[in-house]
Design a protein around this ligand. Structure first.
Ligand code: 3HC
Length: 316
């Protein structure tokens, strides 16, 4: 089932106050996109999506980092003429930055986007389950962990879904909405409607490893690494092939660097552990080596390519 923005925008949004926990690579983008849809002149629906977007981080330096990420993305859009200064101001005014967890207590929808650590996530949802109002819906942006476990930890599995965005959240239109066997169908429909309200296209998936996109994409990235590891083709030729031969916007090795080789490795390692009999889940030696050497791609300046900030250089 897919929902376009236009078809979903006729559905009333039940989420007045949104909380986003974690303002890293994904979380800051989620805050920005939700605030954009909630600022009057940018919103394509007549009613604003949220009266307030609470951007929560556990400590002040992470909070500052998240705010900086949002500001630099907004400035980029303004400088390229994709957003007016008024709209920028309006969207930024929707965001409340806080390290005070109490601010989430009366949120209607809370999306968690912290590190992919199952214990941390379960503890967080347990706490949210005890402090937040009973009607609040909880969601995790996890890309590879089991949504059902978190749903149970929250104490309100009927009001729990996965809401999985893609990097960069500001540009990628897809959102996977993941339902568990406990998810209330009305909750699922409300979340699908919300995805449309924030200008994204929602697809539905059951709680399975990698959902749809990562289940197909990540093994493909591993195969690309294996091609290079065996010496079958060069990094540049593998990427060029998938761009010009398969129409992908970025080749797989470029994309792996863009996502972060630690993240790629972490995702597959978890699957190898949980699903040892699935041959499409394996970690190539070249990936292990790069992660051990802290060559993590864009974020450390070197991976399969050299990087200068966001700018990709030559293959390594
Ligand atoms: N905020 C604001 N603007 C941004 C931005 C951001 N975070 N990131 C990029 N932009 C802008 C750029 O400034 C540029 O603006 P301009 O056209 O006015 O110059 C515009 O977006 C396009 O960017 P680029 O020129 O750098 O490059 P592209 O045209 O190639 O587009 C891309 C970039 C959309 C990232 C495209 O290359 C792409 O689609 N790549 C594949 C991304 C992908 O597969 N993502 C999924 C990863 S998997 C995942 O996220 C799942 C997770 O669980 C692991």
């Amino acid at each position: 089932r897919t929902r376009s923005h236009s078809s979903a925008s006729t559905v009333g949004t039940p989420f007045d106050k949104l909380g986003v926990i974690g303002l890293g690579l994904m979380g800051h983008g989620i805050v920005q996109v939700a605030a954009t849809a909630s600022s009057s002149s940018s919103s394509s629906s007549s009613s604003n999506v949220h009266s307030e977007v609470i951007a929560y981080e556990s400590n002040a330096s992470y909070l500052d980092g998240g705010r900086d990420r949002i500001l630099s993305s907004v400035e980029r859009l303004v400088s390229r003429g994709k957003l007016t200064s008024n709209d920028a101001e309006s969207l930024l005014s929707k965001i409340t930055y806080t390290t005070d967890r109490d601010a989430l207590d009366d949120a209607d929808l809370i999306i968690e986007a912290i590190v992919e650590d199952v214990e941390l996530k379960n503890d967080l949802f347990k706490d949210l389950g005890s402090r937040c109002k009973s009607s609040a819906i909880f969601a995790s942006n996890t890309s590879s962990l089991c949504v059902t476990n978190m749903a149970i930890a929250s104490g309100r599995p009927d009001k729990f879904v996965g809401i999985h965005f893609f990097n960069p959240v500001q540009l990628m239109r897809l959102v996977e909405v993941v339902r568990t066997e406990y998810t209330d169908p009305t909750v699922f429909e409300d979340v699908m409607g919300w995805v449309g309200h924030i200008g994204k296209v929602g697809v539905s998936c059951r709680d399975t490893p990698g959902f749809i996109v990562n289940r197909l994409l990540v093994p493909n990235l591993m195969q690309a690494m294996s091609l290079v590891e065996r010496g079958d083709a060069s990094i540049g030729d593998v990427d060029l092939s998938m761009q010009l031969g398969a129409g992908h916007p970025m080749g797989p090795l470029h994309l792996a660097d863009y996502i972060g080789l630690d993240t790629c490795s972490f995702i597959v390692e978890g699957w190898v552990k949980d699903f040892p009999n699935d041959a499409s889940f394996y970690v190539p030696a070249i990936l292990k080596q790069k992660v051990e050497r802290n060559e993590l791609g864009r974020k450390t300046g070197k991976g399969f390519y050299h990087w200068d900030g966001d700018k990709r250089g030559d293959p390594v």
